[in-house]
Design a protein around this ligand. Structure first.
Ligand code: NDP
Ligand code: BG6
Length: 488
């Protein structure tokens, strides 16, 4: 689909997201010829730069030189405007610049605003856009909002209400970059493009589901943000719940944005928020101490830059929850995420029930394992189905064999999530963006956990060493159900 002419205005364009994600995504889209001829990018931030130094900053981040065709093409369309986020005079200057570019490139008044700043300035920016009238135009106007989308239910509701004072819901694109990942989108195809899985995808055949988002990195330079947020807010209401809803949702009636989002919302509404005592039973929090990753010593969380040395912020969370509906009643969903775990892996595991009757005598077959479907989101993206097969020979021995597909076998580079999401926002497709009610439903589940943690003392932190799979209580959570974590 050809894109309409448009101006992309990026707030916070001097920052990390611009350099590491948005600029590379724009370059890749330009290389593939996916951007419209009548197109311009206007960066906006407080940092003192002009058009040339802004381009030089991006060039440095992208490690390209101006002679490359795609970059040369893009460079002619990149501009910079310096200003303060809540400052009316800056908004006035920005408006002038927007009109100038609109005229110069014949952009038909179409504007995509991208909030790539820390959330502290989201409110000022929305108010600034509204008060300056930049949210109105003779073309379409859309806004992309980065995560974190609020830090609890109330703040998310406030942000939604504020956004609606300036934009219609149909113009608001709340990013969750997990939805832009190729393997996450493939979940829809796997489930609804095949007949063999769907009949088994329910409480009759599925024993339980596990979702693991493990990172070996620590908090890096983001200690200030992370120490205020913690693993629960940072990963669960967004990335992990997105994976959960795609696994658990009913088939949508179409791939229209609202049809898909309606079904995802129903899953979130089927999860009963925990009562305070249920939080203690079903949710585990952890914080890493010093340890080793890949043979290298790494510091404790409390010794990371910008982290409070007495911090009680969690860097690990595991939980058990249930989706109360006809499809999933009684099937536990075990979720876990953490920093400084032994390796980086994101995967979803669907553990099927064991066979109802053991035909092969245990002494000859050993233990027959139940089937396991692993959806590897990253790295080594792929799909692995564990089936039981006969060991070649005269006996009747059985062993587990993987039937696997890895994306690397295709020899095609997997696009970065931001390429896809930026393109979708530019073409006006909201399917892979979160709707207001979805965000609020997610916070409705997470906020009681935050409240419980605020009113009960944190466990004795640190309670797991960097380079291990989290605190013992996370294993205990599954052991109580006679299960164990299954990371492949
Ligand atoms: P940065 O901290 O790099 O901030 C971006 C820019 O915003 C800065 O260059 C700065 O520009 C301005 N800024 C920073 N702090 C403040 C502040 N307190 N008040 C006003 N302006 C400020 O953030 P990122 O680029 O890493 O992230 C931007 C957004 O994207 C955030 O909401 C983040 O959560 C989200 N995000 C980022 C990811 C990443 O990989 N970086 C991944 C997923 C989401 P100047 O001083 O020039 O105005
Ligand atoms: C971000 C979180 O949203 O997602 C980070 O703020 C986390 O803490 C990151 O590291 C994980 O993303 P990915 O794509 O590397 O799995």
């Amino acid at each position: 689909m050809d894109l309409q002419p448009q101006l992309l205005v990026i707030f916070g364009s001097s920052g990390d997201l611009m350099r590491r994600k948005l600029a590379p995504a724009l370059l890749r889209l330009a290389e593939q010829g996916l951007l419209p001829e009548r197109f311009a990018v206007l960066g906006f931030a407080r940092t003192e730069m002009d058009d040339d130094s802004f381009k030089a900053m991006l060039e440095d981040a992208l490690k390209v030189d101006r002679k490359s065709d795609a970059w040369g093409w893009l460079c002619e369309r990149i501009f910079y405007c310096r200003g303060g986020y809540g400052d009316p005079e800056s908004m006035r200057l920005l408006k002038e610049r927007v009109s100038e570019l609109d005229e110069k490139f014949r952009l038909d008044g179409n504007r995509l605003f991208y909030l790539a700043t820390p959330p502290e300035v989201f409110d000022d920016l929305v108010i600034g856009l509204r008060e300056s009238g930049l949210n109105k135009s003779n073309g379409w106007v859309r806004i992309v909002v980065e995560k974190p989308f609020g830090n609890d239910l109330e703040s998310a509701q406030n942000l939604n209400r504020l956004l609606w004072t300036a934009f219609d819901e149909s113009s608001i694109y709340r990013i969750d970059h997990y939805l832009g990942k190729e393997t996450v989108q493939n979940l829809l195809v796997l489930r609804f493009g095949n007949t063999i899985f769907e009949p088994l995808w329910n409480y009759r055949f599925v024993d339980h589901v596990q979702i693991t988002v493990a990172e070996s990195d620590g908090v890096g330079t983001r200690g200030r943000y992370y120490d205020a947020a913690g693993a629960l807010r940072d990963m669960v209401p967004n990335h992990i719940f997105q994976l959960l809803t795609l696994v658990a949702m009913e088939p949508p009636i179409s791939l229209e944005a609202d049809a898909v989002r309606d079904e995802k919302l129903r899953v979130l509404k089927s999860i009963k928020p925990f009562e305070p005592e249920e939080v203690d039973e079903n949710v585990v929090r952890g914080q890493y101490g010093a340890g080793e990753i890949d043979g290298h010593p790494v510091p404790a969380y409390r010794d990371e830059p910008y982290v409070n040395p007495n911090s009680t912020t969690e860097t690990f969370v595991a939980m058990r929850l249930f989706v109360h509906n006809w499809r999933w009643e009684g099937v536990p969903f075990y979720l876990r995420t953490g920093k400084r775990l032994p390796r980086r892996v994101t995967e979803i595991q669907i553990q099927f029930r064991p066979v109802p009757y053991l035909l092969f005598p245990p002494e000859t077959t050993g233990q027959l394992k139940p089937n396991l479907l692993t959806l590897r989101i990253q790295p080594d993206e792929g799909i692995i189905l564990r089936v039981e097969t006969k060991v070649i020979g005269m006996g009747m021995q059985v062993r587990s064999t993987p039937l696997d597909f890895y994306y690397s076998q295709l020899g095609t580079k997997i696009p970065d999530a931001y390429e896809r999401l930026l393109l979708d926002a530019m073409r006006g497709d909201q399917t892979l963006f979160m709707r207001a009610d979805e965000v609020e439903a997610a916070w409705r589940i997470v906020t009681p956990i935050l409240h419980r943690w605020q009113t009960t003392p944190a466990p004795k932190f640190p309670n797991y060493n960097a380079g291990t799979w989290g605190p013992n209580e996370a294993d205990e959570l599954l052991r109580r159900d006679k299960r164990e974590w299954l990371t492949s």
